[in-house]
Design a protein around this ligand. Structure first.
Ligand SMILES: [Cu+2]
Length: 206
């Protein structure tokens, strides 16, 4: 009797947790992740294995030795993503030759629509060195959780592909070892990014 009751609890708990594991629902609210970032409560960043816009598998360790600018968003985003990606592109232009030592990454939070082919048409609009990354729903959820990114699908109409994605839009700056240095809030200007990035480029390599 006891055993059966425990089993039932176990099953319903599993059902409740299952959608999050499948990559459909965020584990934490937007307010929670903002709080973590603002007050540095948890480590930010970590390993990922995703597919770039040319179809190649890329991992975080491919970019060791370079600073990384990591941005999570989606190509159908009407304004915030394009504005921030434009600022990232402009910051790289302003860095001139030093931009070679900075790797900008755009990780989609809408892998269902943002295929590698789709990203290939999108990322070059902002900068030739911007790499677009996509993957399975699980791989994207894992990367987003590591970077403390909140995102959730918001249906707009009845059709399955008629939706937008609500997401936090911070630009993460990671050091040459892939460790977190800090974030730029949405709407940060290219000049401000350059101002913060330059001293890190001047640091001697360890
Ligand atoms: Cu966006």
């Amino acid at each position: 009797m006891m055993f059966r009751a425990a089993c039932r609890v176990g099953v319903s708990l599993w059902l409740m947790l299952a959608p999050a594991c499948a990559g459909d629902a965020p584990a934490r609210s937007a307010a929670e992740v903002m709080d973590i970032l603002m007050w540095n409560r948890e480590p930010v960043g970590g390993p990922f294995e995703l597919t770039d816009h040319t179809g190649h598998v890329r991992t975080n360790s491919d970019f060791r030795g370079k600073l990384m600018l990591v941005y999570f968003g989606f190509t159908y985003c009407p304004d915030i993503c394009p504005t921030d990606l434009q600022a990232i592109g402009l910051a790289l232009d302003k860095l001139g030759g030093d931009a070679e030592r900075v790797q900008p990454l755009f990780i989609t939070v809408d892998p269902a629509r943002d295929t590698a082919e789709h990203l290939a048409q999108y990322v070059p609009m902002f900068h030739p060195r911007l790499i677009g990354l996509t993957g399975s729903a699980e791989a994207i959820r894992k990367a987003a959780d590591a970077y403390k990114v909140y995102y959730a699908k918001i249906p707009l109409g009845k059709a399955a592909d008629d939706y937008t994605v609500d997401h936090t839009a911070f630009i993460y700056l990671m050091d040459r070892d892939g460790d977190y240095l800090g974030f730029f809030p949405p709407g940060t200007s290219a000049d401000r990014m350059v101002e913060i990035i330059r001293p890190h480029l001047a640091e001697p390599t360890r």
